[in-house]
Design a binder for this molecule. Structure first.
Ligand SMILES: [Mn+2]
Length: 427
């Protein structure tokens, strides 16, 4: 299914008066700020959609494929991201996961994707599941495994993923390892670290010059006693030892409860070692919930550090970090869920762009704690949704993406063409 420009314009026409009223109010309230440049930043900002989020997610207890019309092929996944991008103008990239996706004809896929205005974001390898026909099992880890043949298989898989990515025009590899242990004594921590580092070094050696390697960490799950890349310190250690092309990737759901993620982000940026983000939200752990659905203030505080830190280093907000959603829940229509996530991320970014940096800086230097809080919360509690909507309007996208998604019965159309029982590859 394609959404054409006439359908978007008709939808926007019906909402334009109300939109202008809200936008004009903001222009008046924030007249001391250059809102035009902020709107342009919002137009430019793009968030990659992972191919595995297009189907209904599952838990270890089960999976309810409630929506139907899930994408059956990599081509249909690209089509789905194309739909999202047409609706919100901010989902201009897809991140593939090998072997849940197996690109057969890279040139054809590139043509298909660029027809929707999409690029291929970071490639994701998978050594946390055994694949049919693989001689070795990852039951006791992959890159950390005590058995060299297992490590070799995992290294070769990652190198294969890099090759697939080169053919698609991607420029980054994300390595997330489930490696670790479930019981004390199971693992020699130092050997596990050294094996993992050595394996990562072999993969790193296969990276093209202009590629990045993202080392993603996770506190626990599926291993419940230790994780070999368990936190940002361990990830930073690997990334530092690997070299300038290696970075830490922060997945919001991969911390222990109440971790101060905004502080982690600030320090990684300071060290030039923050590579990118996986957005999601959680109450307890790796809950795969829609970005901004539980802790929107935290999302804003993270963006506040990102904007401050990137500007301090003269970094390009769009290109210098990888921005991706990593969430896939099992009770919502995945496409609606992704529209909500992108919206929440854009709002948090807009709020961060509007923070009065000079005043905040002055408050910090005067130890004016109350004033610093006022500055942050004044921005957080203001409603900038009209700015984000204006950015969409300028990108020829919909003023209200979810409303248009429902008006056009997108899901019903996908069910009609793909069937009710289709299940996308993924977790
Ligand atoms: Mn992730």
């Amino acid at each position: 299914m394609n959404i054409d420009q006439n359908q978007i314009e008709k939808h926007n026409d019906a909402l334009i008066t109300s939109h202008h009223r809200k936008l004009n109010f903001l222009k008046e309230e924030w007249s001391h700020i250059d809102l035009e440049s902020i709107i342009q930043k919002l137009v430019d900002f793009q968030i990659a959609i992972p191919s595995w989020a297009l189907g209904t997610g599952g838990t270890r207890f089960g999976r309810f494929a409630i929506t139907g019309g899930e994408p059956r092929t990599i081509e249909e996944k690209i089509e789905d991201v194309g739909l999202l991008h047409a609706l919100n103008g901010a989902s201009g990239a897809i991140s593939l996961h090998i072997p849940w996706d197996i690109p057969q004809n890279a040139e054809a896929l590139k043509t298909l994707a660029s027809g929707y205005g999409l690029k291929f974001d970071a490639m994701n390898s998978n050594t946390f599941q055994d694949q049919a026909g693989s001689p070795h099992s990852y039951k006791f880890g992959s890159l950390q495994n005590v058995n060299k043949a297992v490590r070799k298989q995992a290294i070769e898989h990652n190198i294969e993923v890099i090759k697939q990515g080169i053919a698609l025009g991607s420029d980054a590899l994300t390595v997330w390892l489930a490696d670790g242990s479930c019981f004390p004594g199971q693992l020699n921590f130092r050997n596990a670290f050294e094996n993992t580092l050595e394996s990562l070094q072999e993969i790193y050696a296969a990276l093209p010059e202009d590629w990045k390697m993202f080392v993603e960490y996770k506190a626990f799950e599926p291993n419940f006693y230790s994780t070999t890349v368990g936190d940002w310190g361990q990830s930073l250690l690997y990334a530092s030892k690997l070299g300038r092309k290696a970075y830490t990737l922060v997945d919001l759901g991969h911390h222990l409860p109440n971790a101060n993620i905004e502080q982690i982000v600030a320090l990684l940026l300071m060290e030039g070692k923050l590579g990118g983000f996986h957005f999601n939200d959680s109450k307890y752990g790796d809950d795969d919930l829609t970005a901004g659905s539980i802790k929107p203030y935290q999302l804003f505080l993270i963006f506040n550090e990102l904007v401050e830190g990137m500007d301090a280093k003269g970094m390009n907000h769009v290109k210098d970090l990888g921005w991706m959603i990593d969430a896939s829940h099992n009770v919502k229509d995945p496409l609606e869920d992704l529209l909500q996530s992108v919206e929440a991320i854009m709002i948090a970014y807009a709020q961060a762009l509007l923070v009065d940096r000079k005043a905040l800086n002055a408050a910090q230097n005067n130890n004016d704690v109350a004033k610093a809080q006022e500055i942050l919360q004044n921005t957080f509690r203001s409603d900038f949704r009209a700015l984000v909507a204006e950015a969409r309007l300028r990108a020829n996208a919909a003023l209200s993406p979810i409303s248009l998604y429902r008006e056009l019965s997108v899901r019903e159309n996908l069910v009609k063409t793909r069937g009710l029982g289709t299940v996308a590859t993924g977790l």
